[in-house]
Design a protein around this ligand. Structure first.
Ligand SMILES: [Zn+2]
Length: 454
């Protein structure tokens, strides 16, 4: 491979330690950040002019089901039970391995467009090993970094999701050995487990032990219907930093403490939690226990992939909860309980740490992999910038993300994705998703809503 060198000049770079943006340059050699500092020079490097723009680590989306990317806008009135009935019992069944490939590719490209450079893809439609293979290929083709969560099939929800006596598919092990035995490349594997709310206890423990044997992250939805799932895992001696919980809205107070004390993480996905009947997001309870949330966008069939929006939801929703408690006592709110300070870490360094990638990405410092985004501050929705932190937290949209770099490679530039085959992919995904929706026969879809674009 020929050497590649980029010098990003004159931008304001997020310093995670100070929670501030500092005027600095960044030199990138091949996949690494070689230097961050003032007035850097490198004759051989290609210069990227970032004058007055904001540079921060690429975002880490810790929870998304990319395989649903072709089914956007079908679940806006769904509850969680509707999701089980429609998505996991009817729609999932219609997917061929090629459909999984296209949806994962489209979904991952959409994430890159939104400034996400690293995802945990919670892939719970692995009806055959071919489905797993092609889902992974979709991520590879997009060029995104991340963790492929090898999950259960997306069919027969009653068998797999309700007091299930089925062990996690044993083919996960074979898949790991075939594709992940070395730690090269941009992708790692996790086990996307169903967890204590969905399986019998012996299954739960064996599933987590399988993840431990493979030395991979175990990620599981938890704490929507019931408490004490985390306690159960703790009592079995299996709670560790290699576990990522999702939602965790309604755990017992001591369970949040257990999670924090053992270095496990919680992915909060605020918008879908509010809609689907999962309860208020766990943000505040986790912070009170001494921790912090990491953020996800969750189901691509319902929620737009902009992680900044979900971060904003997480902060403002918690403020709403805190403020209401004061109002309930007939008092005026005199202080905002939750400061936004350091919250960009939730979607960068802390997200990376939750996925086991904290030593590789999430901070713009020498020696880390070059995953970063450049935000164009000249846009009308951002101008004028008085406080870059607030501009990003409360104003930024995906159209403001001018440049995205993953592993030292440009994947979005001048506001446009560099993936060449996008028009073809869009055509293919149109056909694939129309067929899936038609054949599942569960939704009253009007033919004229299927738009064709050149
Ligand atoms: Zn989920």
């Amino acid at each position: 491979m020929p050497e590649s060198r980029y010098l990003i000049k004159n931008g304001f770079v997020l310093d995670n330690k100070r929670a501030e943006f500092i005027k600095e340059d960044i030199l990138i050699i091949n996949e690494m950040i070689a230097e961050v500092g003032v007035n850097l020079k490198d004759e051989a490097a290609q210069v990227i002019d970032a004058t007055n723009n904001l540079i921060m680590p690429g975002l880490v989306n810790t929870h998304i089901h990319l395989w649903q990317a072709g089914l956007r806008g079908i679940a806006g009135n769904w509850t969680l039970m509707d999701y089980f009935n429609y998505m996991l019992d009817s729609l999932g069944d219609q997917y061929t391995p090629e459909d999984m490939y296209m949806a994962n590719l489209l979904g991952a490209l959409e994430q890159i467009d939104a400034g996400v450079t690293c995802v945990l893809d919670w892939c719970n439609n692995l009806n055959t090993q071919e489905h797993a293979y092609w889902s992974l290929k979709g991520l590879e083709e997009a060029g995104i970094r991340g963790v492929f969560g090898y999950g259960p099939p997306g069919i027969d929800a009653a068998k797999w999701w309700f007091n299930s006596s089925e062990l996690h598919p044993p083919k996960a092990k074979e898949f790991f050995e075939n594709y992940f035995s070395s730690k090269d490349g941009l992708l790692r594997m996790a086990l996307a487990l169903r967890g204590p709310d969905s399986t019998q206890d012996d299954v739960l423990f064996k599933d987590i032990k399988l993840a431990r044997d493979l030395d991979v992250l175990a990620t599981m939805h938890i704490g929507i219907r019931s408490k004490w799932g985390v306690k159960k895992i703790y009592d079995a001696g299996l709670l560790s930093e290699h576990i990522n919980f999702v939602h965790a809205n309604n755990l017992a107070e001591e369970e949040y403490k257990l999670i924090v004390d053992h270095g496990a993480s919680i992915s909060v996905t605020p918008e879908v939690e509010m809609q689907m009947g999962m309860g208020f997001p766990a943000t505040g309870k986790l912070i009170r226990a001494g921790g912090y949330p990491v953020i996800g966008t969750d189901i691509a069939s319902n929620i737009e992939g902009n992680l900044f929006t979900q971060l904003r939801f997480a902060i403002q929703m918690q403020r709403g909860i805190d403020n209401q408690l004061i109002l309930n006592n007939d008092k005026m709110v005199e202080k905002i309980e939750l400061s936004y300070k350091n919250s960009l870490d939730w979607v960068t360094s802390l997200g990376a740490k939750a996925l086991g990638l904290g030593n590789e990405v999430g901070k713009l410092i020498k020696g880390m992999k070059a995953d970063l985004i450049i935000i164009d501050t000249s846009a009308i929705n951002l101008w004028p910038v008085h406080n870059p932190y607030e501009s990003i937290l409360f104003y930024v949209g995906r159209h403001n993300i001018d440049t995205v770099m993953i592993n030292g490679k440009l994947v979005k530039q001048n506001g446009k994705l560099l993936y060449a085959n996008l028009p073809n992919l869009k055509e293919q995904i149109m056909e694939s998703s129309a067929r899936i929706l038609h054949d599942a026969k569960i939704l009253d879809l009007k033919e004229h809503y299927i738009f064709k674009h050149k």
